[in-house]
Write a protein of this length. Structure first.
Length: 82
């Protein structure tokens, strides 16, 4: 929780992407806290196949503990974070 994630928009090889904070995941989605998602700061679900990677600051005093599984189908799935 708190790692920085990046997903692609459209073509995975394009220069367009979206940066977010990892909140959790379910079997098929990442729960992402991000700005400018529907013109607001929100948590949304993003399909895992769009994930380009996660980063965790080396200087952080906190260490990642692994995936946080969430079961909440009420969070909308996003296909365009603009």
């Amino acid at each position: 929780v708190g790692a920085i994630g990046v997903v692609h928009r459209g073509d995975p090889n394009s220069i367009y992407g979206h940066v977010f904070f990892y909140v959790g995941e379910d079997a098929q989605h990442i729960y992402a806290l991000g700005g400018n998602q529907s013109n607001a700061v929100t948590t949304t679900r993003i399909a895992k196949h769009r994930l380009l990677g996660y980063r965790w600051p080396r200087t952080s005093p906190f260490q990642p503990t692994g995936p946080r599984f969430i079961d909440d189908g009420h969070v909308p799935v996003s296909w365009n974070e603009a």
